[in-house]
Design a protein around this ligand. Structure first.
Ligand code: DGJ
Length: 323
C-alpha cells in the first residue's frame, strides 16, 4: 500500500512540474532582471520574434536623460539574456555628441535586405529638434550604424512606433508638428526612408501610438500628451491605415493602470493568437526604475478588452496565458 501511495505522490509531483513547464510568471510592477542579476533597462521599446527567440529592444535609462539602446533575448519571457548596448549615445554617432535623447527605439527586420533596422525618436535636450534616428545592422546584435537622422520629410516628429503590414510594407508612425497630429510614414522597401506621410487624428494631440492588425481591421492604441504622467489610453480602429479611423474610445482605466503604451505584442501558435499590451510605468519611482508592464488584451469586433492583470502566467511557445 505504502508503495502505491509513493508512486501516486510521484505521479502528482511529475504532473505539477509538467503543468508549470513553459509557463512563465509575469508580475507587473516588479523590476525585471537579466541573467547577470542586473535590472533590465528596456523602456519604450518593442519585441521581435525570430526562430522561437524573443528579442527585446528599449531605452537604457540608467543615465536617465541621455538613454542608450539595449538589446535582450529570451526563450520564455522569464529568463532574459543581455546582448548589450546596441546604440550608445555619443559612441555610435560620435559626430553628433552626447546630448541626444534616444526615445522609443523600435526594431524591424527587413525581408528585402535582411538587415535589422531601428527607428527612434532622436531628440535634443529641450525636445526642440523633433527628429528621428534610423540605424541598421547586418546582425540583430549589431554593430548598428546610423543611416540618417533628421525630420522625416521635413516634418517635426516625436513619440513614435513602427508597424509592418501583412504584405511586408513597413510604416513609421509618430506624433508630428508640435504634438498636434499623428503622421503615418510609409517606408521604402529597405525600411530606411520615409516615402510619404498621411496625417491621422488631426488636432487630437495623441502620442505613444501602437498599431496592430487583426484580420482586416487595424487597431490603434494611443495616449494624450501629458509628459511622464499617465493618462487614459484610447482605441481607434480602421479598415484602412490611411483613412477612416474611428473616433477615440477609452480602454482600461483612466491611467491605463499607470502606464503608457510602448507596443502591442502579437503571439501566435497555429490558429491561436494572444495579444499583449506592452507599456511603461514611468517614474516608478524615478525614470531609470520605470517598469515594463505586460497585460493580456482582447482585440475583437472592433473592441479592446483591457482588464487589469497584476500577475499571470505566459506560455510563450504556445501563445497562451492563464492566471
Ligand atoms: C511622453 C513620451 O511618450 C515619452 O516617450 C517621453 O517623450 C515623455 N513624454 C517626455 O516627457
Amino acid at each position: 500500500m505504502k508503495k502505491l501511495y509513493a508512486i501516486l505522490f510521484m505521479l502528482l509531483c511529475f504532473q505539477c512540474i509538467y503543468a508549470q513547464k513553459g509557463w512563465s510568471l509575469i508580475c507587473n510592477g516588479q523590476p525585471w532582471y537579466d541573467t547577470q542579476g542586473n535590472p533590465v533597462q528596456a523602456h519604450g521599446g518593442n519585441f521581435l520574434i525570430e526562430d522561437g527567440i524573443v528579442y527585446m529592444v528599449g531605452e537604457d535609462r540608467s543615465h536617465s536623460w541621455h538613454p542608450d539602446v539595449n538589446l535582450y533575448h529570451s526563450r520564455d519571457f522569464e529568463v532574459w539574456e543581455y546582448d548589450g548596448k546596441i546604440i550608445e549615445n555619443g559612441v555610435t554617432t560620435p559626430e553628433l555628441g552626447t546630448t541626444r535623447m534616444i526615445e522609443r527605439p523600435k526594431l524591424l527586420h527587413c525581408p528585402k535586405t535582411g538587415r535589422y533596422v531601428i527607428w527612434c525618436h532622436y531628440e535634443a535636450s529641450d525636445y526642440s529638434a523633433s527628429e528621428v534616428g534610423v540605424f541598421s545592422s547586418e546582425r540583430i546584435t549589431g554593430p548598428y550604424q546610423l543611416e540618417w537622422c533628421g525630420r522625416p520629410l521635413g516634418i517635426k516628429s516625436r513619440d513614435c512606433n513602427v508597424f509592418t503590414d501583412n504584405d511586408g510594407t513597413a510604416y513609421f508612425i509618430s506624433t508630428i508638428e508640435e504634438n498636434q497630429h499623428l503622421g503615418l510614414f510609409r517606408l521604402s522597401d529597405d525600411y530606411i526612408r520615409p516615402l510619404e506621410c498621411t496625417v491621422l487624428m488631426r488636432g487630437l494631440r495623441r502620442e505613444a501610438p501602437a498599431i496592430v492588425r487583426v484580420d482586416s481591421l487595424y487597431y490603434m492604441l494611443s495616449s494624450a500628451c501629458t509628459g511622464w504622467e499617465p493618462n487614459q489610453c484610447m482605441l481607434s480602429t480602421s479598415s484602412s491605415l490611411t483613412e477612416g479611423w474611428s473616433p477615440l474610445v477609452p480602454v482600461g482605466d483612466k491611467t491605463a493602470y499607470d502606464t503608457q503604451a510602448s507596443s502591442i505584442l502579437t503571439l501566435s501558435k497555429g490558429r491561436h493568437t494572444q495579444y499583449l499590451y506592452v507599456g511603461d510605468r514611468w517614474k516608478d519611482p524615478d525614470l531609470p526604475q520605470s517598469k515594463i508592464i505586460l497585460m493580456p488584451i482582447g482585440l475583437k469586433d472592433g473592441k479592446c478588452d483591457f482588464p487589469y492583470t497584476e500577475t499571470f502566467r505566459l506560455n510563450f511557445r504556445k501563445a497562451l496565458v492563464r492566471p
